[in-house]
Design a protein around this ligand. Structure first.
Ligand SMILES: NC(=O)c1ccc[n+]([C@@H]2O[C@H](COP(=O)([O-])OP(=O)(O)OC[C@H]3O[C@@H](n4cnc5c(N)ncnc54)[C@H](O)[C@@H]3O)[C@@H](O)[C@H]2O)c1
Length: 465
């Protein structure tokens, strides 16, 4: 799409924003969400097929990780929207006696949603649910790396919404940057921390508010008292679902030295159980999104093994296939220890004392997720208290994403703001305080400051300050 068409799309939406404030109430928003749900359900086959074409995503995985989360977001939002939209009365404080106060969530207005390629359907339409729930219009920019899915998203939106409410703009970096030149009221970006910084700098030009859902290296700690089979199953799922291309995948594992060998064995068994002896032949194992990323991952493995790391499981690669891979003897000199892996390669590092692990985590940018496996609750509590991360999973991985009542997001390098349910609604709303005068005494303190007024001001300071 060229710059003029982008500008025309944005101008048309902008013109409709003011008028929509009056007529896009609870029923209209619920109607829009119900309509979106119907189109998604009708187009389910096309969605499954597009994701298979884009990166061989197994159908059950498409349903579990792409379609279900969006439908769940719609269901949860429709059920609670009335309450979320309600104005909240606030009791007067002593200083504001004689007034009535309320807080009214209002649409931010014109929103831009930029999505990544790894869950291209879920991460484009999930935020759109929250944007519509909060009464906004939106331009959605899906990822150029998943063209078939981006086209299905465009078709679904065209079928469901007038373009002055929701429009899709397809394209890559240049198109994204042209969009970022426009004066959006809010930008909801999901992607890498590097591009997140570009988005935030662009947002600063218009002082657009931002929600940034970013990535990073999410650590996993397996304590000496962990249920090893359970830990292995959850870690294998979280790491190898979508062939590791998951923002909240365990990036690497710290395992207590006393159980290292047993954990490693349990993890291999869990991988074999999920994907068989030859994962390349499994219909349940996805591919790397494209040749560039497959090459990047092979490069990470090569760099690590050149510098002394040992592949203890997997490692086979062909085209965009990369086997579930376990790698050991990682050192800080290796790229794999610095970069977000974002693929099916899991470094396993033995540790002796918890301080060592916590110091390593705290020396790095704050992760999006942190996982702890241990039966002793105090062990997990200590880690939670001494580290900062977007979210925490105890004795599970990735599932905190699916809890509609929890905020989902990162902290600093892993993100700013939160998504999902009420928190997504809030991200796309401005909470506006409205204070109305009834019989306030404050005008008694207005100038001219005669001695009596000054005395009153001093009394006010004594009693209210
Ligand atoms: N926090 C989350 O919810 C979440 C979810 C999924 C992925 N991620 C993160 O996303 C990253 C992987 O996704 P990706 O590779 O698609 O991310 P990316 O940052 O490369 O791209 C994301 C989007 O930004 C656009 N873009 C790319 N370069 C741009 C530029 N210079 N200027 C403006 N726009 C640009 C792309 O077209 C795409 O639509 C990983 O870091 C992962 O952890 C985070």
């Amino acid at each position: 799409m060229d710059g003029d068409r982008i500008e025309a799309t944005v101008t048309r939406q902008k013109a409709a924003v003011a008028e929509r404030r009056l007529r896009f109430g609870l029923e209209e928003r619920k109607g829009a969400l119900a309509h979106l749900r119907q189109t998604i359900e009708r187009r389910e086959r096309d969605i499954v097929e597009a994701l298979r074409r884009d990166f061989g995503k197994p159908e059950p995985e498409v349903i579990l990780t792409e379609i279900l989360p969006v439908l769940q977001e719609i269901r949860h939002t429709m059920r609670h929207l009335k309450r979320w939209m309600r104005e909240r009365r606030v009791a007067p404080t002593l200083a504001t006696l004689g007034t009535s106060a309320r807080i009214r969530p209002e649409p931010r207005g014109l929103c831009l949603i930029i999505a990544p390629w790894n869950y291209p359907f879920n991460l484009a339409l999930g935020p759109l649910v929250s944007a519509l729930a909060a009464g906004n219009s939106a331009v959605v920019k899906p990822s150029e790396m998943t063209p078939a899915t981006s086209q299905v998203i465009a078709d679904i939106i065209e079928e469901t919404f007038p373009p002055d409410l929701v429009a899709v703009v397809q394209g890559g970096r240049e198109v994204s940057q042209q969009l970022l030149d426009q004066p959006f009221d809010h930008i909801f970006f999901t992607g890498s921390p590097e591009v997140g910084k570009i988005v935030m700098a662009a947002a600063a030009r218009h002082l657009s508010s931002v929600t940034l859902e970013l990535g990073g290296k999410s650590p996993t700690i397996v304590g000496p008292g962990a249920d090893l089979d359970k830990a292995a199953r959850w870690i294998a799922f979280g790491k190898f679902v979508n062939a590791g291309q998951t923002c909240i995948a365990p990036d690497h594992v710290f395992v207590h030295r006393s159980i290292e060998a047993r954990f490693s064995e349990a993890l291999r068994a869990a991988i074999r159980h999920a994907y068989g002896a030859d994962p390349q032949a499994s219909r349940d194992y996805a591919r790397i999104v494209n040749a560039h990323h497959a090459e990047r991952l092979r490069g990470l493995l090569q760099d690590a093994t050149d510098k002394g790391a040992r592949i203890s499981f997997g490692g086979e690669a062909e085209g965009t296939y990369l086997a579930p891979t376990l790698i050991e003897a990682i050192t800080p000199q290796m790229d794999i220890d610095r970069e977000e892996i974002f693929g099916p390669v899991l470094p396993i590092m033995a540790y002796d004392g918890l301080d060592e692990v916590i110091n390593r985590i705290n020396a790095r940018p704050k992760p999006l997720a942190l996982y702890i496996f241990e039966k002793d609750a105090a062990f997990a509590e200590e880690i939670v208290a001494r580290t900062s991360s977007g979210g925490v999973g105890v004795n599970l991985t990735t599932m905190h994403y699916s809890h509609a009542g929890l905020p989902f997001g990162g902290v600093n390098n892993s993100g700013i703001g939160a998504a999902h349910g009420y928190f997504g609604f809030q991200a796309f709303s401005h909470v506006k305080p409205i204070l109305k005068e009834r019989w306030s005494a404050v005008p008694m303190l207005f100038p001219p400051y005669r001695p009596r007024v000054e005395r009153l001001i001093r009394i006010a300071k004594r009693f209210l300050g």
